[in-house]
Design a protein around this ligand. Structure first.
Ligand SMILES: [Zn+2]
Ligand SMILES: [Zn+2]
Length: 291
C-alpha cells in the first residue's frame, strides 16, 4: 500500500476533478485535431473525470472558415462516432454530444437549422472572426499591428453580444479570445457590458483552460472577468478545448479553484438543459486507483 505524500496529493486532486466533465473537446473531423474520440474518452477516464462532452467545430455555410471545421456531409459521421464512444464507455464515463458553433452575422439561419437536426447536449457559441479576419489564427497575427486594440475589442464584444442575444447557444466560448497572442484588452468596459447581457439572457461561459497553453498564458476568461461574471450570477462550464487526447481535463483543479474562490459555480448541459451539479450522472465508480 502506498502512503506517500505524493499519493495523498494525487488522491486529493483526483477527488477534486472527479466531479467534473470536460465540455469543450474536438475530433479529427475538424481537420486540425488528432486522436480518435475514443482516445479522448480514455484520457478523460485516466484523468479521473466524470465525463466529457464533445463539441467539435460545427459545419457552417460552405464559404465560411471551411478548412477548420467538419463539412455538413460529415455531421452524421460525427454523431455516429460519438454514439459509438457512448456505447463503449457506458456506465464508466458520462459521454455527451455537443457542438462549438460560430457566431458570424449572416449565418444565424444556417446555424439554427443545423441545431435542429439532432438533439445536442450542449452548444457553444464562439466568435473567431472580426469581418473576414480570423483573429485567432497564428498565420494572421500581423493584423494586430494594423489595428487599434481598443477598437478591436469593441468590435469583438459587439459580435459576442450578438452571439449572446441570438438565442442559439448555451454558453459563449473563450470570452476574451483576442488576447490569445498577448494583445490584452486595454479597456474592459465592453467586456463588462457583454457580461451584463450574458447575465440578462441567462447564458453560461466556457471556462476555457486552453489559454494557459497559448502565448497569453491565461485561461479564458481573465481572472477579473471570472470574478465579474460570478458577481452577476453567470455560471461556468469547464472546457479544455482539447485538440488532442493529452489535453483532456487540462488544469481543471486550478480552474475549479479559481471559479470557486470568487463564489462562482460550475454547471454542465445535457439535452441543452443546464445541470446545476457538475457531477456526471453516469459516474458509478470512484476515480481509478493510480497503481
Ligand atoms: Zn479548433
Ligand atoms: Zn474556439
Amino acid at each position: 500500500m502506498v502512503t506517500s505524500a505524493a499519493s495523498t496529493q494525487y488522491a486529493y486532486l483526483m477527488s477534486t476533478v472527479s466531479r467534473f466533465l470536460d465540455s469543450h473537446l474536438h475530433t479529427p473531423l475538424c481537420g486540425h485535431a488528432s486522436g480518435e474520440p475514443r482516445e479522448y474518452a480514455q484520457a478523460a477516464l485516466d484523468a479521473g473525470l466524470a465525463g466529457l462532452c464533445f463539441t467539435d467545430h460545427s459545419p457552417m455555410p460552405r464559404w465560411y472558415d471551411a478548412p477548420w471545421r467538419m463539412r455538413i456531409e460529415q455531421l452524421w459521421q460525427y454523431v455516429e462516432k460519438v454514439q459509438d464512444v457512448q456505447a463503449e464507455f457506458a456506465g464508466r464515463l458520462d459521454v455527451r454530444l455537443g457542438l462549438e458553433a460560430d457566431f458570424h452575422p449572416g449565418t444565424e439561419r444556417f446555424v439554427e437549422r443545423l441545431l435542429g437536426v439532432h438533439e445536442w447536449d450542449y452548444v457553444i457559441g464562439s466568435v473567431h472572426y472580426i469581418g473576414a479576419w480570423g483573429f485567432d489564427n497564428p498565420e494572421f497575427t500581423d493584423e494586430y499591428g494594423e489595428r487599434d486594440l481598443g477598437g478591436l475589442y469593441r468590435d469583438y464584444y459587439t459580435l459576442v453580444e450578438g452571439a449572446a442575444r441570438s438565442g442559439l447557444f448555451d454558453a459563449l466560448g473563450h470570452l476574451d479570445l483576442p488576447k490569445k497572442f498577448g494583445h490584452r484588452d486595454p479597456d474592459g468596459a465592453a467586456a463588462l457590458r457583454t457580461l451584463d447581457t450574458v447575465a440578462a439572457v441567462g447564458l453560461a461561459l466556457d471556462f476555457n483552460t486552453a489559454g494557459w497553453r497559448k502565448p497569453v498564458a491565461e485561461a479564458y476568461p481573465a481572472p477579473q472577468l471570472v470574478r465579474a461574471a460570478a458577481e452577476r450570477g453567470i455560471p461556468f462550464v469547464l472546457g479544455s478545448d482539447a485538440h488532442k487526447p493529452g489535453e483532456v481535463g487540462y488544469r481543471f483543479a486550478e480552474a475549479a479553484a479559481q471559479i470557486e474562490n470568487v463564489g462562482g459555480r460550475i454547471v454542465t448541459y445535457a439535452g441543452r438543459v443546464r445541470q446545476e451539479s457538475a457531477q456526471g450522472d453516469a459516474l458509478t465508480a470512484g476515480p481509478q486507483d493510480p497503481a
